[in-house]
Each structure stands twice: as structure tokens, then as C-alpha cells.
Design a protein around this ligand. Structure first.
Ligand code: SF4
Length: 755
């Protein structure tokens, strides 16, 4: 599982010079976030000051982590790059594809059966290309990264939105789409809009029932689910130093719930303690040598209003425990107000389940604090009224918690210990007690609580709280239970109260594990065979896209003129389709099925110009492809907004669409189209969108002289023979035109590698 100490030392050896240069170039003291960003520029030392929220900047991340669901297409693409090894240290974690039902032993066995081909594929690709592989049951990606790989001052990307969890160890860690991860694996820079900065000044110290989770529940209430968009949240102050490292991880983890690019904390004693406790004394020693560069400048924290774009102050002495929800993580309610609020909104008071764990809250401190509550219930003869489920974040934490008797305490309350995996947090929960339409309530210590997220049931009201509060509420069985005030009736008919939780930051006997679940790659992977069955419905090796023939594109037919919002979800739907995310041809059967046809306002109902009949978009497009007829997709404003899902660009490309012509693009999707060798164009005059008719044919007059900054001319031939000639703009620079010529960015990389 070796973390790369040489890589970390290299980052630190460059840090002083890079930070000092950046400070000169920027002309003022630096926040921690700026220090990490400027010391990871692709081009080395800073040469210019970047404008926050505006400039696109190329970075050089230190690490990549991928989870099993998103890794499939990322690795299939990487295999196209013709590389022998990944260019930066990378790990793959099998955690999303394991369903929680009966408990760890049985559930893991059944996942290993139902998803064996995916796990085998990921393991063999990892083995071949020098990628560390964490097998099913080893743990949840972000907990494993925090325990093994995160390091102060580092930059990492991961193909999962909660990659941000590693901010708890002082990283700038950002969730990205597979295409971005592939670029970095293949040795290319990674591009990001230079983020804005939100400062959160923490004063005071947590006490009683209040925990680190309540800090982010409070922040979520302040910022709301969109308030952090495009920004890094940087926590600082005496209150930050008073938090444990894993508590900081919890706070950073849920930064994703306010839309933040990432969150981070400066290096401090809590991080040093955590590094040493997780057998990384050499990382702690190395970090200590550059300590001053691993936190923001003193002047920044003394006058934060001058250096952050937005500032929030929270006094931990006054912070109260919260529950956030239902259906959104930013609906923050102090426990003391829940009774009134639940009545007002008619939320079901009885709680069916209390779930503890996930990547957000399964640290040793979390489990000890929750167990201290569970133990009181046993000792005071209070029977838990709700069911308990625990999903530990890693095998290391599970093994240690079992050794120290923590799991036994939960089992005494009849808790089900699920696999060390995502389980109920991502809807991988076969919940047997409620399937119907009756409203019901669950509480959990996870991060997200959108409708249907945990059990697929829109009637389930999920509330997010700290593990100890989840334990208390599950024992009471009531959403409006306030343990600071309310009593419980025990089996002897006596009224008892729960004392405040007691936690232990790090195990006094140290962490332990027998088999952490890590499989190191072969030193030389050249002979490793990648396993994909010919008849697999979930996996398909990719075939390189055809290069451009250098000619003008003529006779292209309109596939669909999309009307209004067309997000990546409309272009490539999620839900049950996720099963096919490693099989490009099968998942292409969802291509554009959510887009609204401008001519009939229906979804997935377009006219075939071959037959004159209406059918689903993928079916019509497959007809065109079979006859070798190129097609064009026309769209409205901000086409492709939503996510960085590369499938939304790969599917139309795979099915034979040649051009996407829109009023405007979401930038990431536009780049993804370029990377896949598509022509992504915008109307020079956006009213020309109205000229497009259902039976149109497109002739690209001057594509042969495709060049940067030169608009293209398109002749549109209508069914009645009349014509319109319009201009289309593009943003391809010279290297991107090379991607287009070669059929995709990966085709070009492969050629360069072969040269
Ligand atoms: Fe995502 Fe939940 Fe898994 Fe964490 S535990 S990685 S939030 S699905």
C-alpha cells in the first residue's frame, strides 16, 4: 500500500521556492489554498498572478484515486493511451458496487459474485499499469486515502465528489470526471478554473454533544447547497487547531454538499498525530521541515477579510448539535428546535433506522463517541427502538474497532455490521422493512440525503447528524429526541438520561489490521492480460475513434434539435444505466434520451430522415450509423451543464454523431467533446438556432481549412430545397485541432508515445 515518500519529499523540496515566488508574483501574503495551488503549477514556478473565479490554470496533481464505478471507463480510456504505466501514483478502490443487506460476510460474498467481472477487470488493469488496487471489502476510497495516502500540502484528484475528504490532512483534493483523471494518468496537465476562496474562522472548542460534524452542518446551513460553488473553503483559527484530524476530514468531506471545489485545513499537531498513528512518521517528519508553508501566512489569518472572497466565523464554544434534512443537506436544524420543526412540516417522528459510518464519519473517534452512547443504553437497560446499521470506512478501522470491543457494543444493540463499503450511502441498500408509500424517517451520519439516495424510496425522510447523535436518536426511536434534555424509559420502568458522549481520538493500542485488502501491482505489467469477456454486458474494450479524413463534412443529417436545458444527465442518464458505464455500446442506448425534441417537445422521440418515422434517439442514430450517414446535434444555451461525465461526449461520438452545434456550451462538456474528437461549435448568431428545421441537411463548406480563431461556414439545406448559410464559432486551439485530426486526444497521445 506504499505511499510514495520520495514523491512527497520532492513536493516539499520545491515548496519553499514555489511559495516564495508566488508570494512575490501575487504581491501579497498567501492563504494555504494559494500556496498549494501555486506550488502545483504544471509549468513550475508562478509567472503570473491568476484571477480567482476567472482564469483557467494547468496543474500537476500528485496523486489520483478512482472508485470502482467511475474507474471502469477511466481505465478503459487510459488503456488507449499506449502507456506502460500511469504517470502519477494512482489507486483504485472497490467500494460502490457492494450492496448492504444481510451483513458484511454474506453481502461481500454476493457482491464478489455479481460484480466479479468488474472487479477482475479493475484488478487486472491496475496490475498491468502500476496502479494500487484495493479489493472489495478493503474500505471506502476516501477513508483509505486518508489512512494511507493523503499528505499536508499535496494536491490530488479523484473520480468521486467526496475526494475532498483528504482536506482533513491539509491537501487540496478535488473530485473530477474520468476524462480529467485519464489526462493526468497519461501524463498531461489538469486544468481547473482558479478557485475563489471562502475563509472559515473557527474559535473556541467543541464540548458535550457537539462534534466536528456540527461544524459542517452549520456551514451547510449558512452557505446552502450552492454557496461554495467554484470556491475552496479554508478553515483556520484556534478552533481549527482544537479539532482532530479525522474531524477535519468530516468537515472537508461535506464541503461537497455546499458545492465547494474542495476544503482544507493548515497542517497542525492533530495531523502530525494522525500521520504517526497511521504509520507515516516519515511523512510527519518531512512535513515538519516545511511547516511554515503548509498553512496560510500569519497576516492572512490576522486580517482574513482582506484575503478571502467571503468570510464566515463560528465559535465552537457556542455551536449546538444539529440534524440536517430531510431531502437536502443544507436544511440545518439545531436538535433543540427539531420537535417544533418536525411538527410544523409533518415529518414522521418515529425513526426506523440509525446508520453510522460511511466515508464521512467512521473514524476511531467517531466510533468511540457513538459506542459510548450505545454502551450506556446497554448498561442502563434501555432497548434501542430503531434498527442500527454500521458501515466501517476501512478494514483497518473495522479490525481495530473489533479488537477494542467497539463493534461488540453495537452488536449488543442488535446492530447489523455491513461491509466496509458505501452501501446505504449510495443506494446500495436492500432495505427489507419499508418498500411502500408510507412516509418514514431514518437518521444517518453520512453526507448526502437527497430523495431516494439511501434506499431508493422517495418517502424516506433522511436526516444527517453526528454518529453520537444518530446513536442517541436511534436508541430513543424519535426524531425529536434531545439528549441534553429528554429522558428515556428503561426496561425496569425507570427514567434515565444519556450522559454526554466520550471519544478517543486515536486508538491507544495503535491501529491494527490483518489483511488491509491492498494488492500491489506487478513491477513489470507488460505480460499481464486484461480480463474482459467477449459477451460481457457490463464491460467492453474501447476501439479507437476514427481520425478525421481531412475533408469537408457534407450531407450530415439533423439527429435532434434539443430544446431548453440539456444537461449531461439528459445526454447520458444515470440511474439504472450506471450498470453499463464500462460498456460504451450498451450505455449508448441512453444517448440523449432525456433531451427534449424542439419540434414536438417530447423526449426520446425524433424523426428519422431515412424512413420518415419517429423513434428513440439511439435507435434513429444507429440507423444513420449503419448507413454511414453523419449527423448533427443542435442545442440551446449551456449545453452539457451538470457534471463532467465523459460518457456524454463518448456516446454520441461512438454512435456516429459528428457535430454538436449549440447556442453555448458548459465549458467542461465542450472540452470533453474536443477530447473525444467531436466538432463542438456555437452559432455565431444565436438566432440561427431558429433556422434549423426537422429535415435539415448540413454541409460544412470550409472545414478543410479548420484553424484557431477562424469561424466555420455551414450551408443548411431545408426539405423544400431552400438554403441558409450561417457561421459557427469554435474555441479549438492548435493542439486541440490536432486532437480532432487524430480522432481523439488519446489517439494523439498514443501516437506520441509510439514515436
Ligand atoms: Fe460516496 Fe457515500 Fe461512498 Fe462516501 S460512502 S464515497 S459519500 S457513496
Amino acid at each position: 500500500m506504499a505511499y510514495d515518500i520520495d514523491m512527497i519529499k520532492k513536493v516539499y523540496s520545491q515548496m519553499a521556492e514555489r511559495v516564495n515566488t508566488a508570494r512575490e508574483v501575487v504581491g501579497k501574503p498567501l492563504t494555504l489554498s494559494e500556496k498549494i495551488l501555486y506550488s502545483h503549477l504544471w509549468d513550475g514556478n508562478a509567472k503570473e498572478a491568476f484571477t480567482r473565479g476567472k482564469d483557467y490554470v494547468e496543474f500537476s496533481p500528485d496523486r489520483i484515486a478512482c472508485q470502482d464505478a467511475t474507474a471502469q471507463m477511466a481505465l478503459l480510456q487510459f488503456m488507449q493511451a499506449g502507456k506502460k504505466q500511469v504517470a502519477v501514483p494512482t489507486t483504485v478502490h472497490c467500494d460502490h458496487l457492494i450492496q448492504a443487506k444481510m451483513g458484511a460476510a454474506i453481502d461481500l460474498q454476493s457482491a464478489n459474485k455479481s460484480s466479479s467481472e468488474v472487479f477482475d477487470f479493475l484488478e487486472s488493469v491496475s496490475n498491468k499499469y502500476g496502479i494500487g488496487f484495493w479489493k472489495p471489502g478493503a474500505g471506502i476510497i476516501h477513508q483509505v486515502v486518508l489512512e494511507n495516502y493523503a499528505f499536508p500540502g499535496g494536491m490530488m484528484i479523484g473520480t468521486d465528489s467526496h475526494t475532498v475528504n483528504a482536506g482533513g490532512l491539509g491537501m487540496v483534493a478535488i473530485g473530477v470526471g474520468g476524462a480529467d483523471a485519464v489526462d493526468v494518468m497519461a501524463g498531461m496537465p489538469w486544468e481547473l478554473k482558479f478557485p475563489k476562496l471562502i475563509g472559515v474562522k473557527l474559535t473556541g472548542k467543541l464540548s458535550g454533544w457537539t462534534s466536528s460534524k456540527d461544524v459542517i452542518l452549520k456551514v451547510a446551513g449558512i452557505l446552502t447547497v450552492k454557496g461554495g460553488t467554484g470556491a475552496i473553503i479554508e478553515y483556520f483559527g484556534e478552533g481549527a487547531r482544537n479539532l482532530s484530524c479525522t474531524g477535519k476530514g468530516t468537515i472537508c468531506n461535506m464541503g461537497a454538499e455546499v458545492g465547494a471545489t474542495t476544503s482544507t485545513f493548515g497542517y497542525d499537531d492533530s495531523m502530525e498525530r494522525y500521520l504517526r498513528a497511521t504509520n507515516r512518521a516519515d511523512v510527519a517528519d518531512a512535513a515538519n521541515e516545511v511547516r511554515e508553508h503548509l498553512t496560510g501566512d500569519d497576516e492572512v489569518y490576522a486580517n482574513p477579510e482582506q484575503y478571502f472572497d467571503e468570510l464566515i466565523e463560528i465559535n465552537l464554544d457556542e455551536l449546538k448539535p444539529h440534524l440536517n434534512g430531510p431531502f437536502t443537506p443544507d436544511l440545518a436544524t439545531p436538535i433543540s428546535e427539531m420537535s417544533a420543526k418536525a411538527k410544523e412540516h409533518d415529518w414522521p417522528i418515529n425513526v426506523d433506522w440509525g446508520l453510522i459510518g460511511s466515508c464521512t464519519n467512521s473514524s476511531y473517534e467517531d466510533l468511540t463517541r457513538a459506542a459510548s452512547i450505545a454502551k450506556q443504553a446497554v448498561d442502563k437497560k434501555v432497548k434501542a427502538k430503531s434498527d442500527f446499521g454500521i458501515n466501517p470506512g476501512s478494514e483497518q478501522i473495522r479490525y481495530t474497532a473489533e479488537r477494542d470491543g467497539l463493534l461488540k457494543i453495537f452488536e449488543d444493540l442488535d446492530a447489523t455490521i455491513f461491509t466496509n463499503a458505501c452501501g446505504p450511502c449510495i443506494g446500495q441498500w436492500d432495505r427489507s422493512d419499508r418498500k411502500g408509500e408510507e412516509k418514514n424517517t431514518i437518521v444517518h451520519s453520512f453526507n448526502r440525503n437527497f430523495s431516494k439516495r439511501a434506499d431508493g424510496n422517495p418517502n424516506t425522510h433522511a436526516f444527517v447528524g453526528s454518529p453520537e447523535m444518530v446513536a442517541a436518536i436511534a436508541i430513543s426511536g424519535r426524531l425529536d429526541f434531545d439528549p441534553t434534555r429528554d429522558k428515556l424509559m428503561n426496561e425496569d420502568g425507570e427514567e434515565v438520561m444519556l450522559d454526554e458522549p466520550q471519544g478517543i481520538e486515536l486508538p491507544t493500542k495503535g491501529f491494527a489490521v490483518e489483511d488491509a485488502g491492498y494488492i500491489a501491482p506487478n513491477e513489470d505489467g507488460s505480460t499481464v492480460e486484461v480480463k474482459v469477456a467477449e459477451d460481457s454486458e457490463r464491460l467492453q474494450l474501447l476501439t479507437p475513434f476514427e481520425p478525421w479524413d481531412g475533408k469537408n463534412l457534407t450531407g450530415a443529417k439533423l439527429l435532434i434539435k434539443a430544446w431548453g436545458k440539456c444537461t449531461t444527465d439528459h445526454i447520458s442518464m444515470a440511474g439504472p444505466w450506471l450498470r453499463y458505464r464500462g460498456h460504451l455500446d450498451n450505455i449508448s442506448n441512453n444517448c440523449l434520451i432525456g433531451a427534449v425534441n424542439a419540434f414536438n417537445k417530447k423526449t426520446n422521440f425524433v424523426k428519422s430522415q431515412i424512413t420518415g418515422e419517429y423513434d428513440g434517439v439511439p435507435a434513429v442514430q444507429r440507423e444513420y450509423k449503419a448507413k454511414g450517414i453523419p449527423t448533427v446535434v443542435v442545442g440551446d444555451h449551456n449545453y452539457g451543464e451538470g457534471s463532467s461525465r465523459e460518457h456524454a461526449a463518448m456516446e454520441p461520438r461512438h454512435l456516429g454523431v459528428k457535430v454538436v452545434l449549440v447556442k453555448s456550451f458548459a465549458r467542461i462538456h465542450e472540452t470533453n467533446l474536443k477530447k473525444q474528437g467531436m466538432l463542438g461549435l456555437t452559432f455565431a448568431n444565436e438566432n440561427d438556432y431558429d433556422l434549423i428545421q426537422e429535415d435539415d441537411t448540413f454541409n460544412f463548406i470550409d472545414l478543410e481549412s479548420f484553424a484557431p480563431d477562424k469561424p466555420l461556414t455551414i450551408e443548411i439545406v431545408h426539405a423544400d430545397g431552400s438554403k441558409d448559410t450561417i457561421k459557427a464559432n469554435h474555441t479549438y486551439n492548435a493542439p486541440q485541432i490536432e486532437w480532432y485530426k487524430h480522432g481523439s486526444a488519446l489517439n494523439l497521445i498514443k501516437k506520441q508515445n509510439a514515436a
